[in-house]
Design a protein around this ligand. Structure first.
Ligand code: AMP
Length: 459
């Protein structure tokens, strides 16, 4: 395969919203940890570890959960609920790297770096520190309403000084790091990361009222929209608003985008721990969008929420391709999607109805764009230009995926009413980073799908 299909996709304009955040990374060493323990005292840290706080409300909660994670060497993420601790963290740590986090931010930077015609990114909170993480490309734009009119600026020119900011702090630790907790010497057993994820009331998923009336214009001007971040909605807020309120607004947004033209909308689904919220996101939004992307553990969660606990359990336990295909068909059918894309470590899959205009070969090519981009990102850490795609082309397709594909081909007779295609992933043995690979697959697959559709319709 060459870069032809990607080049076709680069001719498109894409809108993406909503979630962005700052990933601030600290590479921990023994001294940094020791200083933290000494500041609070080993006794207090020990007592707080025993209490095992589920959230970080004060600095000692953080130190206790961090030391616990280091002792076990297990990767963990703990929500930070007290917004005032921003200052404490920023005073205590020098971040080694700050990079773009959040699906909309990652996808916007990716597509802009690939030289797509126009990438419009919208995130409701755009503080300066957040804005600076967008790549500096002329094709990357943020919608701004000025004098009652819609205009576009680069996100770095559109920031608002007082906007809230979501910073996820990622503490990377290495096996062998040593420090003392009182008279106990701790040696970290495995390398991993401890994530302090910001969960603030002030961070919400919505389109500002001033911009909303312009969504039909935005939808008309793009070839597709990629929406994500609904996992950030909370069931309840202290001002009385709830998930239903924000989901109603989210539904309006999709309908407004489609008002003047039936622009194709892809929803990238991320795991939602709370079953009620998961169910609400699925029932409210899946029926309105055309395409959904998710990974295989998410497919099991979605099936559970749709009332298929046994199939969901089977996917969790045995991870068999036949079950994922069956589950995918149920989701496609019940939610009346045009296309469902599932990414797993060894293979990628599309499920669509038999009357989809694209051939199986074309659908496979579209998935290949997704895995090739992910392989390029895994190899390089980041995709900076269209030429980086070649790096992905040099990564071989994994062999386990080939085997899964064979097994799938044998079982295919049972899938007459649907088109199901599957390809092995190009798997990088020692990835520089695995952050954002799923988003990269989905962005590559959806945009190349749109490009193929456009070509087909023009024939
Ligand atoms: P997510 O968990 O949604 O970010 O998706 C991760 C996806 O990235 C997996 O399903 C794989 O398809 C892909 N992936 C993970 N690790 C690698 C790797 N080392 N090289 C290439 N692709 C990868």
């Amino acid at each position: 395969m060459d870069a032809g299909l990607l080049n076709g996709a680069r001719d498109l304009s894409i809108y993406t919203a909503y979630n962005t955040n700052v990933d601030a990374i600290v590479y921990l060493n023994g001294d940094i940890v020791q200083r933290l323990i000494d500041e609070f005292g080993a006794g207090a840290v020990r007592r707080r570890i025993d209490e095992y706080p589920r959230e970080i409300d004060e600095p000692l909660d953080f130190v206790a959960r961090l030391v616990h994670a280091l002792k076990t060497g297990k990767p963990m993420a703990v929500p930070l609920v007290n917004e005032e601790l921003h200052r404490w963290f920023d005073d205590h740590f020098d971040y080694d790297v700050e990079r773009m986090g959040g699906q909309a931010g990652i996808i916007a930077n990716l597509l802009a770096s690939l030289d797509f015609k126009r990438v419009i990114v919208y995130t409701p909170h755009l503080a300066r520190r957040q804005a600076e993480l967008f790549v500096s490309r002329p094709n990357l734009l943020y919608p701004v309403v000025e004098d009652g009119k819609l205009t576009f600026k680069h996100p770095r020119e559109a920031y608002r000084e007082n906007d809230p900011i979501k910073v996820n702090r990622i503490f990377e630790f290495r096996a062998g790091t040593r420090f003392k907790l009182g008279n106990e010497t701790i040696t970290v057993p495995f390398s991993g990361r401890f994530i302090v994820s910001a969960r603030f009331e002030s961070i919400r998923i919505y389109t500002e009222e001033a911009l909303k009336p312009f969504l039909p214009e935005i939808g008309e001007g793009v070839d597709g929209a990629i929406l994500s971040g609904y996992q950030g909605i909370k069931l309840r807020y202290s001002d009385g608003k709830d998930a239903n309120h924000y989901l109603r607004k989210a539904k309006e947004d999709v309908m407004l985008l489609k008002r003047r033209k039936d622009v194709k909308v892809h929803l990238e689904f991320a795991s939602i721990q709370n079953r009620d919220l998961r169910k609400k996101v699925i029932y409210n939004l899946f029926p309105l969008v055309d395409s959904v992307g998710m990974d295989e553990s998410e497919i099991a969660y979605v099936l559970n929420a749709l009332g298929y606990p046994r199939l969901s359990e089977r996917i969790f336990t045995y991870n068999r391709i036949e079950d994922s295909v069956l589950g995918g068909k149920i989701i496609l059918d019940e939610m009346n999607l045009e296309i469902l894309q599932i990414h797993t470590i060894y293979y990628l899959m599309y499920i669509t109805s038999k009357d989809n205009p694209l051939s199986e070969e074309e659908l496979r090519k579209s998935l290949e764009v997704g895995t090739t981009l992910a392989a390029a990102r895994a190899s390089l850490g980041e995709i900076r230009s269209p030429e980086d795609y070649r790096v992905g082309l040099n990564v071989p397709f994994n062999e386990r995926g080939e085997y899964v594909k064979l097994r799938f081909e044998e079982a295919k007779r049972r899938t007459r009413e649907y088109k199901v295609v599957i390809i092995p992933t190009r798997l990088v043995k020692k990835p520089v980073s695995t952050v954002g690979l799923g988003d990269t697959i989905s962005a590559g697959a959806f945009t190349s799908y749109l490009a193929l559709m456009r070509k087909k319709m023009a024939l």
